[in-house]
Ligand binder design. Structure first.
Ligand code: FMN
Ligand code: SF4
Length: 391
């Protein structure tokens, strides 16, 4: 993990369980009020305000409630959560415990990507140490009304299982297929109980915010995108890796830091994100401009942009769960169109029809996979017109 500006990575500066100690001295509503004041938005991609989700779960009626940490990390080009779990697992478990206190949950589940099985033993060790220190288990912090423990469940190996309702289905032992919403997990989640699902990084920031305060967090970032964020940077650059940048950093600044100033294109947000050309490198990585869960894939001057599009679409054809037609058929049709473009036999009229198909996919797909899978295709045909049509 590398920091861009301040020299040290924020998560590594955390004082052990400072956030949890502070949370235990507050009422449930004051914990949520502090997170609300910080303007923390989910770091898993959708950017949903964390406090809004917690408030809904806190208000929901349920015999028991759950906090689920989403460590499925299946978006192509994303590997920041793996690094957080390897280097700062205590902070993530601390964040889950704070979330549990805030919503009144007694059970926590870390849904760990199947490929990260090698982390499981060290994560179990961290959990055991936290139990020994009475930071998990019965009456945490001496609070008779606060029992909470965390178990680790391995992911099922499909990208769509990272979508929160598919994740819950998978936790319940079913096929990992997204559910219809409403009801939302905050009302009817795991086993029908109110459930908060948060990303690994979101929960680590929760612990930092409770320790250092909402005002400290808001000092970094922009008005609409508070705080810093971790970015997984890969592709054609000299220094790939996990970087911390304040939200609002421009793509050009990031490329300079990672040694990729000659980049031809950058895919922001993984396969479901957008592909931007050099003319747009002045844009900001922030919820109000180019939003992202943190995946940055750099493409150098010699990359074939249609090969990039084909690669992403092959991924979606493979990973669509097949429940709804726009996604199941649409991704296949988009891949077919890229093949036509590569052969130089796709007319403008056909491309116009395909744009209509993209709109249908965005509007009518049941989950974020089908709603966002046309993004890369559309941004490539719009931003790289000469290369795409000039064959
Ligand atoms: C196809 C698909 C895959 C997803 N994969 C992940 C993932 O691996 N990790 C994650 O945190 N969120 C993932 N999400 C987003 C989750 O549904 C959910 O919004 C997120 O876990 C909420 O956490 P946050 O509010 O802290 O960001 C995915 C969404 C979709 C549609
Ligand atoms: S959009 Fe795709 S992945 Fe999501 S439910 Fe429909 S078919 Fe499945």
């Amino acid at each position: 993990m590398k920091s861009s500006h301040e020299g040290s990575v924020t998560f590594k500066s955390a004082e052990a369980d400072f956030g949890l100690t502070s949370a235990l001295g507050k009422s449930r509503s004051d914990i949520i009020a502090e997170i609300s004041k910080s303007n923390l938005k989910g770091r898993g991609g959708a950017g949903f305000p964390t406090a809004v989700k917690w408030n809904l779960a806190a208000a929901a009626k349920g015999e028991r409630k759950y906090v689920v940490c989403n460590a499925d990390e299946g978006e192509p080009g994303t590997f920041k959560d793996k690094v957080i779990l390897a280097d700062c697992a205590d902070l993530v478990f601390e964040g889950m415990t704070i979330a549990a206190r805030a919503i009144g949950a007694s059970h926590g589940i870390l849904y760990l990507r199947g490929e990260y099985a090698y982390l499981r033993r060290s994560l179990e060790d961290v959990l055991a140490r936290r139990r020994d220190r009475k930071l998990l288990g019965k009456a945490i912090g001496g609070k008779g009304d606060f029992d909470f423990d965390i178990e680790i469940v391995m992911g099922s190996g499909a990208y769509v299982c990272g979508e929160e309702t598919a994740l819950i289905e998978s936790l319940e032992g079913n096929r990992g297929e997204p559910r219809n919403r409403p009801p939302f997990p905050v009302d009817t989640g795991y086993m029908g109980y109110p459930t908060v699902v948060n990303n690994v990084e979101t929960l680590a920031w929760v612990a930092m915010i409770m320790g250092k305060g909402a005002d400290w967090f808001k000092k970094t970032g922009t008005e609409k995108s508070a705080g810093s964020k971790l970015f997984s940077v890969s592709g054609d650059c000299e220094r790939p890796g996990v970087y911390e940048f304040p939200l609002g950093v421009s793509i050009a600044e990031l490329l300079k830091e990672v040694g990729a100033e000659d980049a031809k294109a950058v895919q922001v947000g993984g396969a479901s994100g957008v592909c931007l050309p050099a003319s747009q490198f002045g844009r900001k990585l922030a919820y109000e401009d180019v939003a992202t869960g943190g995946s940055i894939i750099v493409f150098g001057p010699n990359r074939d942009i249609l090969e990039v599009a084909a690669n992403f679409l092959e991924f979606f054809v493979e990973e669509s769960c097949g429940q709804c037609t726009p996604c199941r058929i649409g991704n296949y049709k988009l891949l077919e169109t890229v093949d036509m473009l590569r052969k130089g036999c796709c007319s403008m009229n056909y491309l116009k029809e395909i744009r209509g198909l993209c709109e249908s996919m965005q509007l009518a797909s049941k989950c974020g996979l089908g709603q966002s899978s046309p993004n890369a295709f559309l941004s490539i045909i719009d931003n790289f017109k000469d290369e795409v049509m000039g064959r």
